[in-house]
Design a protein. Structure first.
Length: 453
């Protein structure tokens, strides 16, 4: 009788510990559940929109390939049948699913999240010109324990992940928060990826409860907010009333050419107006919020991104530091450009500052909803964002790209400056009662070898 009861208790305990459980997640640290904030009112939506934006990058594996992380076990005695080793990477679709998960958790917690296109049912309609988030949030899996158990009563998978969560601030260009947090989960079945998914979720839910994370993602910006709907007025700068010699044109224009640097790229740009505004290509600045701008006089300034249009590939910057007498270039904003017209390109190709090349307008092209000016003036990496000038010294285009192929030469392209200014909402105002040329710019006389004209 006693033996029968003892065996019944042992069998019951064995069933209890070996019977599979549905997906269940728990964190190693005892933290209260995350409270979810659902946005309903207009006031709440406006409050969220005024917060700094957060963008989720990726969750990647930092466990070296070949490292043993667990195994598959059979029977009541958990006899090892197979060892599991790390692959060093996560499947692409799994990574996208985890990123969407983190975006949803952040949104429900009241953060202002820049959603990735893959996390929207309107993915095909989402513009790539979306303003990037100030904060980048991502994670690296530093440790993993993955085990599967199979028995007569069922199968289960257990997963524990330690994730190093990091926050990168685009304003200061560095990681400002780092925390290692463990998460654990169980799921039915052998090698069930749901256990890994839920373990990462458990780790992130614990992260959301960290007071330091909240204070990090809600800290105010040190930069003045860019007003996207704002239009900018610049005074027209006089161009020459006749063609300049190459030496004259370069001498007048080079002081307005700038070199732009980001952590991953460099390119060219040019000053417009007299208030420190700079125009360049979007692909030069990428998703950065501020860049380094090197001026002709050797000084370096911070340039804040005011506006960007990724589809048209243009961007408008503002020099934050005061610049003494910033000299903008004349603008041919009427796009009065003719095929065969002589042009000059000035930029910083291959870090060779203020390189000058010349050619002609070879034609006008249309590509992917953009009008382009074709030129045979030499264009190289680093020229992007620099001006294409007519021989009166006025900007007619923004150098943007070239065609590269075996046997292909002299195929460079520039964005018409008038359309670029329209996209950036920059208006050129000519002085009252001034004589305007065909470009809409006031004219000025030029000192030549034969006198003043």
């Amino acid at each position: 009788m006693f033996k029968a009861t003892l065996w019944s208790v042992l069998i019951a305990l064995w069933i209890w510990f070996t019977y599979p459980t549905p997906v269940e997640a728990a964190t190693i640290l005892a933290i209260a559940p995350v409270s979810q904030t659902f946005i309903h009112s207009t006031e709440s939506l406006q409050a969220v929109e005024q917060q700094p934006t957060v963008e989720v990058t990726e969750i990647r594996s930092g466990v070296l390939p070949g490292v043993v992380i667990g195994g598959r076990y059979d029977g009541m005695l958990h006899i090892l049948q197979e060892r599991y080793t790390a692959t060093g990477e996560l499947p692409d679709q799994f990574g996208e699913a985890v990123r969407s998960l983190i975006e949803d958790e952040l949104t429900q917690s009241g953060y202002n999240v820049v959603l990735s296109p893959s996390n929207s049912i309107f993915a095909d309609q989402v513009s790539s010109a979306t303003e990037p988030g100030r904060f980048l949030l991502g994670g690296t899996i530093t440790q993993a324990k993955l085990n599967s158990y199979s028995s007569f009563w069922g199968d289960r998978t257990e997963d524990e992940r330690i994730v190093r969560w990091e926050v990168f601030d685009r304003e200061v260009g560095k990681v400002i928060y780092r925390q290692d947090i463990s998460g654990f989960a169980k799921a039915e079945g052998i090698d069930n990826l749901a256990a890994t998914y839920e373990a990462i979720r458990a780790s992130f839910k614990t992260l959301l409860n960290e007071p330091m994370l909240s204070s990090t993602l809600t800290q105010p910006s040190s930069l003045e907010p860019a007003i996207l709907a704002k239009a900018y007025e610049i005074q027209a700068i006089a161009s020459a009333d006749e063609s300049l010699s190459l030496e004259q044109l370069v001498g007048r224009s080079i002081p307005s050419i700038v070199q732009i640097q980001t952590p991953t790229a460099r390119g060219s740009g040019f000053l417009v107006g007299s208030s420190g505004l700079v125009i360049t290509n979007h692909h030069v600045i990428g998703s950065t919020l501020s860049v380094k701008v090197n001026l002709y006089d050797g000084s370096t300034h911070k340039g804040r991104v005011l506006k960007r249009d990724a589809n048209y590939d243009v961007a408008l910057l503002q020099l934050d530091e005061a610049v003494e007498n910033p000299m903008g270039l004349p603008i041919c904003h009427t796009n009065a450009v003719k095929v065969g017209e002589a042009v000059v390109a000035i930029g910083n190709p291959l870090a060779l500052s203020n390189t000058v090349t010349q050619g002609v307008v070879s034609g006008f092209r249309f590509d992917a909803s953009r009008n382009l000016i074709q030129t045979d003036a030499a264009i190289n990496p680093g020229n992007s964002g620099g001006p294409l000038l007519n021989r009166q010294g006025a900007v007619i285009g923004i150098v943007t790209e070239k065609m590269v192929s075996r046997g292909v030469e002299g195929l460079g392209f520039a964005l018409p400056i008038g359309e670029a200014l329209h996209r950036l909402r920059v208006n050129v105002q000519p002085p009252a009662n001034s004589l305007l040329d065909s470009c809409g710019s006031p004219t000025t006389r030029v000192l030549t070898a034969s006198g003043i004209h």
